[in-house]
Design a protein around this ligand. Structure first.
Ligand code: ZN
Ligand code: ZN
Length: 346
């Protein structure tokens, strides 16, 4: 089969490799679409240590079942349109048995190779995945949109970790993929006033088109002050931090009312300085969130219904043989590029 392989750091080859063989509890999927994730782009130069070549990356995919292992439940058949969790969780450990599959002790991410494991992903014609991480696609949902379910699930999980009440005011720091999906999930969950903070005017334009009330460029506006002015001088009930660097973490905390809650989604910097007294004396809640745990069916439904719009976040749909140049342009940070979805030849 054809695959886009990272053969050495920053070097891809579109080449023939052996199609994966499946275990008894796995299915083989003919990939129809696979999105390039930020973690793939960061991983391609070796800086994350989680894409050690050779590796076929890709964990945001959708396609059609082409082969079913002998021990797979009969609910899954050849020809079914499916997507799958980016994380292969074990289902047996202490966390999995509590339903916290995102915290599994034995989790493996598809398309990742690190010190502990190497698991080939979906930038290929076929990918093998265990049946217990499959999800069926709604009939009218395209493969390209379905391939967006993983980032959507990250945002929806983050909002589910956040104490949202009907009419709550919310500010999102970071208007990238996850930030704008958080914005849409916050609105769907019942937030009233919303604001988005980002340095990139294009991202703020998209935020505006998604119905946010206030777009703030921190280069020319003091974000916490603008948020207070828009919320009767108190500050927002909720802040979502979707960048993960010190200025945005501090900005998110400073934008909250007393007793407010900040959900930390971004983690670009491994550590930041925390305004401890401000958090303690203003009784701020800080909530971490990671991946998703069972939100895929709800997310597929929200995308199919158009409650969460993913089209505005898909910059391009390219063929898999254009993968190397697509990665290169994302790596160089071409302005205006957010998500690129790759499609193998059918
Ligand atoms: Zn991803
Ligand atoms: Zn587990």
């Amino acid at each position: 089969m054809k695959a886009l392989e990272l053969v050495e750091y920053k070097k891809f080859e579109y080449k023939d490799i052996d199609a994966p063989s499946i275990g008894p509890k796995e299915v083989l999927i003919r990939v129809a679409a696979c999105g390039i994730c930020g973690s793939d782009v960061h991983g391609m130069d070796g800086s994350s240590g989680r894409r050690i070549p050779p590796i076929v990356m890709g964990h945001e995919a959708a396609g059609v079942i082409s082969e079913v292992g002998e021990a797979v439940d009969s609910e899954w058949q050849v020809g079914d349109r499916v997507t799958f969790d980016s994380m292969v969780y074990c289902g047996d450990c202490w966390h999995c048995r509590r339903g916290e599959v995102n915290l599994c002790e034995d989790r493996m991410v598809l398309g990742v190779s690190c010190g502990d494991y190497r698991r080939y992903g979906a930038f290929a014609e076929y990918v093998a995945v265990p049946a217990h991480i499959l999800y069926r696609l709604p009939d009218d949902l395209s493969f390209e949109r379905a391939a967006m379910v993983e980032p959507v699930s990250v945002a929806v999980h983050a909002v589910e970790r956040t104490p949202v009440t009907l009419g709550a005011s919310a500010v999102v720091f970071g208007g990238g993929m996850i930030g704008l999906l958080c914005l849409q999930a916050l609105k769907a969950a019942g937030c009233g006033f919303t604001a988005v903070v980002d340095l990139d005017s294009r991202k703020l334009e998209t935020a505006k088109s998604l119905g946010t009330d206030l777009c703030i460029d921190p280069n020319d506006t003091d974000a916490p002050q603008a948020i207070r002015e828009a919320t009767s001088g108190r500050g927002a009930d909720i802040a979502m931090e979707a960048v993960g660097i010190e200025p945005t973490v501090k900005g998110a905390i400073a934008s909250l009312r007393k007793g407010g809650s900040c959900t930390l989604v971004g983690n670009l910097a491994p550590s930041v300085e925390l305004p401890l007294q401000e958090v303690v004396t203003r009784q701020i809640s800080l909530v971490g969130t990671c991946g998703s745990a069972g939100e895929y069916p709800a997310c597929l439904d929200l995308i199919a219904r158009g409650v969460i719009d993913v089209d505005c976040l898909i910059s391009e749909v390219n063929t898999l043989d254009q993968g190397a140049s697509s990665f290169d342009r994302l790596y160089k940070g071409e302005p205006g590029l957010t998500k690129i979805v790759l499609k193998p030849e059918q």
